[in-house]
Design a protein around this ligand. Sequence first.
Ligand code: UDP
Ligand code: MG
Length: 319
Amino acid sequence: MTETMYVVIPCYNEEQMLPITAEALIKKFDKLKAEGRIAQNSKVMFVDDGSKDKTWEIIQKLHEASPVFTGLKLSRNKGHQNALLAGLMTARNYADIVVSMDADLQDDINAIDGFLDKRAEGCDIVYGVRSSREKDTAFKRGTAQAYYKLLEHMGVEITYNHADYRLMSKRAIDALAEFKEVNLFLRGLVPMVGFKSDIVKYVRNERVAGESKYPLKKMLSFAVEGITSLSVKPIRFITTIGIIVFLVSLIMLIYFLITWAVGHTVQGWASTITSIWAIGGLQLLAIGIIGEYIGKIYLETKARPKFIIETNLEETDKE
Ligand code: UDP
Ligand code: MG
C-alpha cells in the first residue's frame, strides 16, 4: 500500500533556505516515488508564516515550476507552532501521512525512510529523535537537557531530543484536531493522542543558511509555555512551600516563646526584616505563578483562531 505523503514545512523569512531545501526534497521525493514507497501525488507543503521577505514569492515560483511543491500562506506571523498546526490541519485533507519538519534542513531528510519503515509496521506516529546534538551549542544542549528533566518532573510525557520532526497518520492528526487549546505546545500534545508510535534516530545538522528564529527570549517563553500548558504542578508546588514556611514559622514561635519564658528578650531587627522580605518574595512568586495560569485561562476562553489562511495553493489550482 503506497500512501500519499505530505511534508509540511513552516517558513518564516526563509528566502535563503527555501531553494536549498526544495532541491534536497525534490531529490528525496523522486527517489521515494521511484522506489514505490510514497504515492505519485505526494507533495511538499510550505507554510509561509507571514514572512517579511520574499519567502511567499519563492514558494509560488516553486509551485509553478513543479507540482511537487504546494503552499499555504497565513494572514500574518503566528509563530512556528501555529504555522505547523495550520499545515497539519490543511495537509490532512489531501494526504494519508504527514511529515513535519523545519525549513533549515537541520533535520536529516534521510530519516524519512525510517519513518516510512515504522509506518509500514503500523505506527500512526513516528518521532524523529536526535541521536547527537554535537552541532548545537553547549548552552542549547545543556538547557534543553535540563528542561526535559524539569518537564518529566512536572509529570509531562515528552520524548527526549525530539523537536517537531515527526510523521503522523491522517487519523492521528484528526485526533490532534480535537485538542482545542489555543496555547500550543505540540510536542507535548502529540503523545496524548495515543496510537502505536515509535522513534527514529538521526543526526541533527547545523542550520545551512539564514539564522535561527528562536533567540533566547523566545526559547524561554516557549519553555514556560510548555510547562504551564501541560502541567498544574507549579501551583501545587506553591501549596507545598506554603505549608513548609508555615511549619518553620511555628517552630520559630515556639523558640521565641521559650526564650521569652526564660527571661531573654528576643533581639531582632535583622530577623524581622529578613522574614518580611523572604515571605514577601514568596508571595509575589506565588501570585506570579497563579497569574501565569489565569492569563492562560483568559486567552483560552476567548478561543481566538490559532491561524488564518490567506491562500491555499491546493485550492487556487482548482479554481
Ligand atoms: N518559524 C516559523 N515562524 C516563526 C519562527 C520560525 O514558521 O515565527 C519556522 C522557521 O522558518 C523554521 C522553523 O520554524 O522552519 C524552526 O525555526 P528555527 O530553525 O529558526 O529554530 P531553531 O532550529 O533555531 O530552534
Ligand atoms: Mg532550526
